[in-house]
Design a protein around this ligand. Structure first.
Ligand code: FES
Length: 319
């Protein structure tokens, strides 16, 4: 049931402009203690002023707990979080962050890891690359971006210990990733990982299916609130029997908060943290979250109030 996180304070110790739209922030505990341990692909939730919070992948070395690093892209459609990070957060600023959680770990059963990054989607792979340095499991990283100036951390990857394992695809130079050709070359026990914009994730999932790659071998992550698309429906709070209308373009959590029908923990508001997980009593939902596994989604036992929507006209939840 609903996840809980320990939150703690960190101080920003460095800020670098990696590309015109991406900044790298280094965070360390104000009390000087080591950061909580994490594995490659983990994320933290960063809480900002005005109730804003976003999930960001940890991109630093999991073996070095003196600090964390996150990369933040200034989003044009920002809820406000990325603009706050870019405009207000400086060296010395204090932030509250959650302990790490990993929804995008390297699969220990994989014979080879084939990683595909688009733009800011490079960040979880950077922490995973540190774990792969032992060379115990073969790997390769395919990194696509718009133009040379948008290739965040390109130089580090091109010159660092992974140089021979990374291939770059640059739209403006017409160097594009051919997914069909890549997937045709995979072995049965290879696993594919993708992080980046939704069209890239959708293309990888679709082309992997066409190539006959098992769903369990395809892993993806994207931190962005699903649009509150879909028709209006009636939401019933099972404990009180209270009925609310969730209009088109509105999320369940907004409908609840608009009329103060209940108090719900809702940390990330983008289907990542699991704090708003709630039991379904009647009806089925379209999930849209990153938190539940495919099996959990199919079982229709719980939903995330921040992104899920009713499949039918009426949904009863345990609230
Ligand atoms: S608030 Fe994080 S999953 Fe809903």
């Amino acid at each position: 049931m609903a996840n809980t996180y320990e939150m703690f304070s960190v101080r920003v110790t460095a800020v670098e402009q990696a590309t015109p739209q991406i900044k790298r922030f280094t965070l360390a505990r104000a009390d000087g203690l080591p950061m909580p341990a994490f594995t490659g692909g983990s994320h933290v939730i960063v809480k900002m002023a005005d109730g804003l919070s976003n999930a960001y992948s940890l991109m630093s070395d999991p073996r070095d707990l003196s600090h964390y690093q996150i990369g933040v892209r200034l989003e044009e459609q920002s809820k406000g979080g990325s603009a706050f990070m870019h405009q207000q957060v400086k060296v010395g600023s204090e932030l509250t962050i959650s302990t790490p959680n990993n929804l995008f770990a390297l699969d220990p059963k994989a014979g080879r890891h084939v990683m595909i990054a688009g733009g800011i989607g490079i960040t979880p792979f950077l922490s995973q690359l540190h774990e792969l340095e032992t060379g115990a499991v073969p790997y390769e990283l395919h990194y696509a971006f718009r133009s040379p100036e948008h290739g965040a951390f390109h130089a580090e990857l091109a010159e660092g210990p992974h140089a021979g394992k990374v291939r770059f695809y640059i739209d403006s130079e017409e160097r594009r990733l051919d997914l069909a050709a890549l997937f045709a070359s995979l072995e049965a026990n290879d696993h594919v990982y993708v992080c980046g914009p939704k069209p890239l994730i959708d293309a990888v999932i679709e082309d992997a299916k066409k190539a006959g790659i098992a769903d369990a071998h395809v892993h993806f992550e994207q931190f962005a609130a699903a649009p509150a698309s879909g028709g209006a429906f009636t939401l019933v709070l099972g404990r009180s029997g209270r009925e609310l209308r969730v209009e088109e373009g509105m999320t369940i959590i907004q409908a609840i908060e608009n009329v103060k029908a209940a108090t719900v923990d809702c940390l990330c508001r983008e289907g990542v943290c699991g704090t708003c997980e709630t039991r379904i009593l009647e009806g089925e939902v379209e999930h849209f979250d990153q938190y539940l596994s495919d099996e959990e989604k199919a079982s229709q036992q719980t939903l995330m109030l921040c992104v899920s929507r009713a499949r039918g006209e009426r949904l009863v939840i345990d609230l």
